[in-house]
Design a protein around this ligand. Sequence first.
Ligand code: G3H
Ligand code: ZN
Length: 286
Amino acid sequence: PLVSMKDMLNTAKDQGYAVGQFNLNNMEYTQAILQAAEEEKSPVILGVSEGAARYMGGFKPVVTMVESLIEAYGITVPVAIHLDHGSSFEKCVEAMYAGFTSVMIDGSHHPLQENIAITKQVVDVAHVIGVSVEAELGRIGGQEDDLIVDDAEAAYAIPSECDELVRETKVDCFAPALGSVHGPYKGEPNLGFDRMQEVSELTGVPLVLHGGTGIPTADIQKAISLGTAKINVNTENQISSAKRVREVLDENPEMYDPRKYLGPAREAIKETVMDKMREFGSSNKA
Ligand code: G3H
Ligand code: ZN
């Protein structure tokens, strides 16, 4: 059933594991991620960026597709449908109106007081209808859809500012930018664990780690031990599914039926997601 992230993430934080946010790109992603969650008996967060929603026809078509697949597959684990990097108050409300159970308002490119004001506006609406809210401070580097942050712009979150934002907005979870990057890493990731601990202790809310693709397991475990309860993964599924499509088409140059190459791609996504759920410790927690 569709639920907000609130209970999911508080339980995960208390019990020392993280729930994966896996981004939707099309129907095959949705099928693969829901089936992986059910087989692993894991709670799951379906992340939808504004760009991905546009690709799939808008927020409402995505919600309708998710709801009908949940019913058709008899999914019993908790599922949240979450707007990833919401760019404005208006977009967040639009997503909630379409049936999203959770939204991220990404005000990280604004000065602190503006970020707080816009985040608070979203929380005020969301909490009335039981929708959970994620906010971001600092700037996560790399590229995701429309969101491009180059190395010079990427910035670590300042713990005292994080405390102020979480306290004043009452967000349900919080993403401090601490060196993680959207898309593949150039070299080894260098996460600011000292600040992560500080932010976790100051704010008390479940923390979110963006740019989950390519982070070594030891770092994942360390982040979870320091209060990270949600980890976002998109690129890794895109890489594993694209690789599978290439293999199948290379081996079968005459193939043209999309089900014959997107079916294997869907299988690759499912395997990747199941691996992540085990790595994050969310398997058998639903
Ligand atoms: O918001 C989405 C994630 O942070 C995805 O990051 O594509 O590097 O796995 P990733
Ligand atoms: Zn992100």
